[in-house]
Design a protein around this ligand. Structure first.
Ligand SMILES: C[S@@+](CC[C@H](N)C(=O)[O-])C[C@H]1O[C@@H](n2cnc3c(N)ncnc32)[C@H](O)[C@@H]1O
Length: 299
């Protein structure tokens, strides 16, 4: 199909015909609005208001190119090179996971807990040092650093390319976060993490390879394998390792927060309790009622 004119409405008609098999009707309008927000700086209301007006040729070409990329099932966030997380946009590319709403919820739990106190503490513990394990785009440590400006914040990841994105995001957000390359599963030199943290947080890879078949093509063929999957024979390998590390790297009374695979939430909690490192360890539900987060406090 050709685009009938430079009118936004004709461009939308083009999206509808080209992407009919890629998106549901409602989803398609949201995608179109995101593209217009990025390239035309239009809000949703602006899209409606200017729907029957012409746009210039250069903007039309950008929106046309985005449609061709969407046809390959590339996620919209990779095409626009940004994803919204918590309260702002983060650069993303295919070397980092697109931040998910569940992870925003996890960050929100920490921030809300701290607001109940006095913006610098969770349950009366000062948050002075934060460690994020498997940092990806850096969305977690950067958002937390903005909330707790006095804290020393470190993000670690095994992927050089992810760390490059995370560093650019910390510059974009004008916050100081130290990013370190580290394979958390290896017997690393623990002096690389020089301090004991008051808060350790992680959203590690947690999808089983056997779960891959049920996943959307858009996720499976575009998002980094390394960020998503764990071997079926040890689905909680990252959680066990991080819990073990809490012995040396989490302060007394400090907090551990995980995002979990609901299928294994109880196994992770059981491991945390059996470690005998914590005053308490509990599984929290996400907004859809799934067992999604772990919160534990060190003895
Ligand atoms: C599920 S993603 C989370 C990314 C980001 N924290 C978020 O919530 O959007 C998991 C991250 O763990 C990293 N990772 C995978 N294996 C790792 C390892 N052995 N050591 C450290 N990081 C690892 C991946 O590169 C990826 O960035």
């Amino acid at each position: 199909m050709k685009i009938a004119s430079n009118k936004l409405s004709d461009l939308y008609a083009f999206y509808k015909s080209e992407l009919a098999t890629n998106y549901e009707q409602d989803e398609l309008m949201s995608v179109f609005e995101l593209v217009c927000e990025r390239y035309l700086n239009y809000s949703k209301t602006d899209v409606k208001q200017h729907f029957h007006e012409n746009i210039n040729q250069s903007d039309l070409l950008k929106i046309y190119d985005a449609c061709l990329e969407l046809k390959t099932n590339s996620p919209i966030q990779y095409i626009l090179k940004e994803a919204f997380f918590y309260d702002s946009f983060f650069e993303v590319n295919p070397s980092v996971l697109i931040p998910r709403p569940e992870t925003e919820e996890l960050v929100d739990i920490i921030i809300t807990d701290s607001l109940i106190e006095n913006q610098t503490t969770i349950l009366k513990q000062p948050i002075t040092k934060i460690l994020d394990i498997g940092t990806g785009s850096g969305c977690i440590p950067i958002t937390l650093k903005k909330q707790f400006p006095a804290a020393t914040v470190v993000g670690i990841d095994i992927s050089d390319k992810a760390l490059e994105v995370a560093k650019r995001n910390s510059i974009k957000h004008n916050v100081e976060v130290e990013f370190i390359k580290l394979d958390i599963l290896s017997a690393f030199n623990s002096s690389l993490i020089t301090h004991r943290s008051s808060l350790i947080i992680s959203n590690p890879p947690y999808v089983l390879k056997s779960e891959a078949e049920q996943m959307e093509k858009r996720v499976l063929s575009h998002e980094p394998y390394l960020a998503l999957f764990v071997e079926d024979n040890d689905p909680i390998i990252f959680y066990k390792r991080i819990i073990d590390l809490c012995d040396k790297h989490l302060e007394s009374n400090g907090f551990l927060f995980f995002e979990l695979n609901p299928l294994y939430a109880h196994k992770v909690n059981d491991y945390a309790i059996a470690s005998n490192l914590f005053i308490f360890s509990e599984v929290l539900l996400d907004m859809s009622g799934k067992q999604r987060f772990l919160k534990a406090q060190k003895k």
